[in-house]
Write a protein that binds this ligand. Structure first.
Ligand code: ASP
Ligand code: MG
Length: 443
């Protein structure tokens, strides 16, 4: 079986939804189709929740009505026949009635998550109605019946797998199953979600749960590029990546894939393909366990980074110092991305500033603390970077014009990470692009 996941832009317009229908009916393979909400919808739902959280019901109502209008034009372009149209009307009515009822009751976080779930419910129901109109056999598979997270918000892969296998066994003759990305139930049996961009994660979890042959992630770009196409002029898709390389790229800023979506595929050794809805025959990027080639394959960057330096003469010749420092971050559930050390100081970077104040206060017990905001991590990703002669020299040569705040090398054979002030990020990516790739034909 295969998984085919389509993102917001792939279902965001009626004609795109028709294209998705073409893509899922190109072969007779058994498949689970995972859909995101129509592009813009989840943002709009977040906006509705924010207005309600501020008790601004007028604004919330206005936002609900704007979104409602969008769906009322959408379904008329999507569907032609009266029967299908009236089904769609009912679906839209049901979900917008729900949003309007929420206006009248007291708002809380659980209700907010219910609001956020409406996008995927709407997109899948409308898509399923399209399949019915075209008399394409398919099964509607509510994600809330099988997708779940535990009290630590971690997906319960074993339970998901058991439930899905039972459900699928009920339909031995069917080839197309349609389900929602992003949404799930939590340990309190409430509606919850896998965080923004989580539909990729859903697809990969479903792939792992049923041991699929491949997880296809369909977006509006022809695979993972060797650099950020929004910033750098010349970029190109990378045909093959290993799970480790893809994880580094996704984590360090390649927006095409949710970083968490790598581990389920990697653990169960399921190939992940990044494909383009607009150019379905382009080869895209294939991510597998295979490590192919050596040297630099791609660059990515992550903004909004804060560097924290803890300097202490007590670190000199002491053991246990790093543990104490890391415990502070652990206490505040704040993940560290980069680390560099010298004999008397350690620098780390974080991107979640929720508890920065408390963290700094507690770190001051161990030494002088310096905080630098507005930093960016530029990551150079590839295979056997340390073993490829001259690679690091080339990287540094490209970056000679910029002050480098931290350099992390040797943590894995797939990555060199550099911390620069955010103002240098775009130029650093461009210089690296010119210096590391321009002369190559194939990446
Ligand atoms: N609709 C959700 C979002 O916009 C999930 C996703 O599309 O991946 O974050
Ligand atoms: Mg996405």
């Amino acid at each position: 079986m295969k998984i085919m996941k389509f993102g917001g832009t792939s279902v965001g317009r009626p004609e795109r939804m028709h294209q998705v229908k073409d893509l899922i009916t190109r072969d007779n393979e058994r498949k689970i189709v995972v859909l995101s909400a129509l592009s813009g919808t989840t943002n709009a739902l977040v906006g509705i929740g924010e207005a309600l959280a501020e008790a601004n019901k007028d604004l919330a109502k206005e936002r609900i009505d704007t979104l409602h209008k969008h769906y009322l034009t959408f379904y008329k372009e999507l569907l032609k026949e009266e029967a299908a149209r009236s089904k769609a009307e009912k679906v839209i009515k049901e979900h917008f009635e729900f949003l309007n009822i929420i206006l009248k009751i007291s708002f809380n976080e659980a209700i907010n998550r219910d609001i956020l779930a409406q996008g995927e419910l709407l997109s899948t129901k409308l898509f399923y109605t399209l399949l019915q109109e075209l008399e394409i056999n398919a099964v509607f598979l509510p994600a809330l019946d099988f997708m779940s997270i535990d009290e630590n918000q971690e997906p319960e892969l074993h339970k998901i797998s058991e439930k899905l296998k039972v459900i699928l066994a009920n339909y031995p003759e069917e080839n197309i199953f349609v389900t929602q990305g992003y949404i799930c139930k939590n340990h309190r049996n409430e509606v919850d979600n896998l965080k923004r961009g989580g539909s990729d994660y859903s697809a990969s979890l479903i792939g792992a749960a049923i041991n699929a042959e491949v997880v296809e992630i369909w977006t509006d770009i022809d695979g993972m590029h060797n650099n950020d196409p929004r910033i750098v002029d010349k970029t190109r898709p990378i045909a093959q990546l290993s799970f480790d390389e893809a994880a580094e790229l996704a984590y360090f800023g390649a927006k095409i894939l949710h970083p968490a979506s790598i581990w389920p595929a990697q653990q169960y050794n399921i190939a992940v393909k990044l494909l383009n809805t607009m150019e379905p025959d382009a080869k895209g990027t294939t991510i597998t366990a295979k490590e192919i080639g050596s040297g630099v394959k791609a660059l990515a960057a992550k903004d909004g980074i804060t560097a924290i330096k803890i300097k202490s003469s007590r670190m000199l010749l002491a053991y246990g110092f790093l543990r104490k420092v890391f415990e502070v971050f652990e206490k505040y559930k704040t993940a560290i991305d980069m680390i560099t050390t010298s004999e008397v100081a350690v620098s780390v970077t974080i991107d979640d500033l929720t508890h920065l104040k408390e963290i700094v206060l507690e770190l001051e017990v161990y030494g002088t603390v310096e905080v630098d905001n507005n930093q960016a991590i530029v990551s150079i990703v590839g295979n056997m970077i340390a073993e490829s002669k001259g690679t690091v020299a080339n990287i540094m040569d490209c970056l000679r014009e910029y002050p480098l705040r931290m350099v992390s090398y040797g943590g894995s054979r797939h990555n060199v990470s550099i911390l620069v002030e955010a103002q240098y990020k775009n130029d650093a990516l461009t210089s690296l692009n010119e210096g590391l790739f321009e002369w190559k034909d194939e990446v």
